[in-house]
Each structure stands twice: as structure tokens, then as C-alpha cells.
Design a protein around this ligand. Structure first.
Ligand code: FES
Length: 250
């Protein structure tokens, strides 16, 4: 495949970025999107030019590091995949592909296609720990009864890899899908009960402090989430937050 790539280039956080054109040829449709960018970067290095910076780590849809806005969609045109799992067979020979970073005030561009997602780390830190006795006489995990429906919901919420596609795709740059998944994965389990109320209040407070927007229920986050996290979790988080706020006023 021969392709024209229009890629966002930005020297650093303060620089004014712009789209630049690059041609790549002979790309296999079996290549992943990131392998195609590797080929482009090899070519740029051989030409003595600066390679394009982009984030990646596991390249298996696990770590949540890869984060590209491709042809106006978070993680590109395929459903239920991260950028590293996107394959070139989703494109056609001769295509023009637009490649941009996530765009959100709370996740500023550091360089080219790399954004600073430490706001997500700070939200998780605000959630804190769970109180579980792990020394000596700790209870066997299998001896703690968990209702099947709750276990399934906690497991589904825990599938969130924190990639930030929900923020990138939301017109309000809201992080509520991410935060609600992180709140819910503990709220459904017995191990999460001790700090349940403080956790949701602290995480929501940190989310607001980071400058993320509010949710207006467009549902775009659910559609673009590579792990299929449902917006039902946002309703769950709102319920958790209301309940925690009312009980702390009593
Ligand atoms: S590089 Fe880890 S999810 Fe894509």
C-alpha cells in the first residue's frame, strides 16, 4: 500500500504545532498501524530527519499507552481495538490518513503525538488504597462470597486500561468513563467497601481539579472505548457520589 500521512508535529509543550505530509510506500496490509509508523520513522532517520514521537509500550492492547487520533477517531476506524491493535487492512491503497494526538486541556501535548496523561495517575492516586489484611491471618479470597452479577460488573469495569480515548473523543473532554470504571471496580467488591465513600469523593474532586469537562451523555466515549466500558458505570458513579455526599452531611 502507498499512503499519504498527514501527521501532527509539535516540538514541545509550548511550541505551536502543525500538520506535516509524509509519504510511505510498500506497506503490507498485515502491518499494524504502529509498525507502519516505525517504517516511516526508519525512513526519516535514514534521511537525517527527526523521527515522529508517539507513545507505545505493550503493543498488545493492555497498557493503554498508544493514543492516536486517526482520521478523526480515537484509535482509528476499527471497533474495540487500541491503536497498537489496528491493522493497515482497515485502510486502502492510496489513502490519505490524518494522525493527531489526543486533544484535551487536562492532557496537553508534550511532543508530536505524545500527550501528558499524568492527570489520570493523579486521579487514581486520589482514590487511594483498599484496606485488606495481607499478613499472617488473611482470609482466603475464595472464602469471600461475591454475588455473580457484582463480580461480573467489577471485572468489566477493571478492563479499563486508562488510554484516554474517552476524553479524546468527548466534545467536553470529560473523563467520567475512566473515573467511573475505576470507582466501580472497587465499589462492587467487598474489598472496596471500607474506603468506598471517601474514594468516590476524592476521585471526583481530583477529576474536577485537573480540568476535565462534564458529561452530557452523548455516549461517544462508550463507542470509542477499546475495552467496551459501558456508560452505565457513569450512572453508577453518580449514584455513589450522591450517596457519599449525603451521608457525609448527616
Ligand atoms: S501499546 Fe499498550 S495498549 Fe497499545
Amino acid at each position: 500500500m502507498d499512503l499519504l500521512l498527514k501527521v501532527w508535529r509539535q516540538k514541545d509543550k509550548k511550541a505551536k504545532g502543525k500538520m506535516e505530509d509524509y509519504k510511505v510506500s510498500g506497506i503490507s496490509e498485515d502491518s499494524s498501524f504502529l509498525e507502519m509508523l516505525d517504517i516511516l520513522n526508519n525512513n526519516l532517520i535514514l534521511e537525517g530527519k527527526e523521527p515522529i514521537s508517539f507513545d507505545h509500550d505493550c503493543r498488545e492492547g493492555i497498557c493503554g499507552m498508544c493514543s492516536l487520533y486517526i482520521n478523526g477517531r480515537a484509535h482509528g476506524p476499527d471497533r474495540g481495538v487500541t491503536t497498537c491493535q489496528l491493522h493497515m487492512r482497515m485502510f486502502n491503497d492510496g489513502d490519505t490518513i490524518y494522525i493527531e494526538p489526543w486533544r484535551s486541556k487536562a492532557m496537553p501535548v508534550i511532543k508530536d503525538l505524545v500527550v501528558d496523561r499524568s492527570s489520570f495517575d493523579r486521579i487514581q492516586h486520589a482514590g487511594g488504597f483498599i484496606s485488606v489484611n495481607t499478613s499472617g491471618n488473611s482470609q482466603d479470597a475464595n472464602a469471600i462470597p461475591i454475588e455473580k452479577n457484582d463480580a461480573d460488573k467489577a471485572f468489566d469495569a477493571a478492563a479499563c486500561i486508562g488510554c484516554g480515548a474517552c476524553v479524546a473523543t468527548c466534545k467536553n473532554a470529560s473523563a467520567m468513563l475512566f473515573v467511573s470504571a475505576k470507582v466501580s471496580q472497587y465499589a462492587y467488591l467487598p474489598q472496596g467497601q471500607v474506603e468506598r465513600k471517601e474514594r468516590v469523593k476524592n476521585m471526583v474532586a481530583q477529576m474536577d481539579k485537573e480540568g476535565f469537562g462534564n458529561c452530557t451523555n452523548t455516549g461517544a466515549c462508550e463507542i470509542e472505548c477499546p475495552k467496551g466500558i459501558s456508560i452505565e458505570y457513569i450512572a453508577k458513579m453518580n449514584k455513589e457520589y450522591l450517596s457519599a455526599s449525603i451521608s457525609s452531611e448527616e
